[in-house]
Design a protein around this ligand. Structure first.
Ligand code: DQA
Length: 183
């Protein structure tokens, strides 16, 4: 079963009451329930956490290395400031999808820059809570495809080796036959 860590950054605990015209009316609990429901349908184990602290998010990303196959993160305001979160994602090397409820590229200029995008496999923004569900589907597809590729990589190598062995064998048969014909 695939395991995905979902992390929400600062102020996302206020969803539902916070700047509703930008972030909508859905609470974080309702959002987490929708993510968990889809995870169940996809047979993915999810762990969902929110923190207002940059250090705590960094620690959770570091710990995810041994426990999870991928990360979905809305780093919220840390998106635009945190080299530490970027470095943590790069360090663990887990496929990571960056999510934002609002379209950060349409908002104030300081939100246009993401320190996370460069280490993420993709970024989804502007689609509200649906963005998290798309991120889950996208990361699930990404992980199942790379697992499948890893599984087929080994037999492909042995097929190549088998072909190589057959070719070698038939070359030596040719040699024997041609040596035979010399005699
Ligand atoms: C956000 C966008 C950020 O710029 C902002 O600081 C947030 C939320 C979003 O989900 O749209 O807190 O990440």
């Amino acid at each position: 079963m695939l395991r995905i860590q979902v992390l929400h950054g600062p102020n996302l605990n206020l969803l539902g009451t916070r700047e509703q015209s930008i972030y909508g009316t859905q609470s974080l609990d309702a959002l987490d329930s929708a993510i968990s429901k889809l995870a169940k349908e996809l047979s993915v184990k999810v762990d969902l956490r929110q923190s207002n602290s940059e250090g705590e998010l960094v620690t959770w990303i570091q710990k995810a290395r041994s426990k999870y196959d991928g990360i979905i993160i809305n780093p919220a305001a840390y998106t635009h400031t945190s080299i530490a979160i970027r470095d943590a994602i790069a360090a663990v090397g887990l496929p990571t999808v960056e999510v934002h409820l609002s379209n950060i590229h349409q908002r104030e200029e300081f939100r246009h820059r993401s320190h996370i995008a460069g280490v993420a496999i993709g970024q989804i923004c502007g689609l509200g809570p649906t963005g998290y569900l798309l991120a889950l589907r996208g990361l699930h597809d990404h992980l199942t495809t790379s697992l499948r590729e890893k599984k087929t990589a080994a037999p492909a190598t042995s097929r190549r080796t088998a072909r190589g062995t057959r070719a070698l064998r038939s070359r030596s048969i040719d040699r024997v036959q041609s040596e035979g014909s010399i005699e």
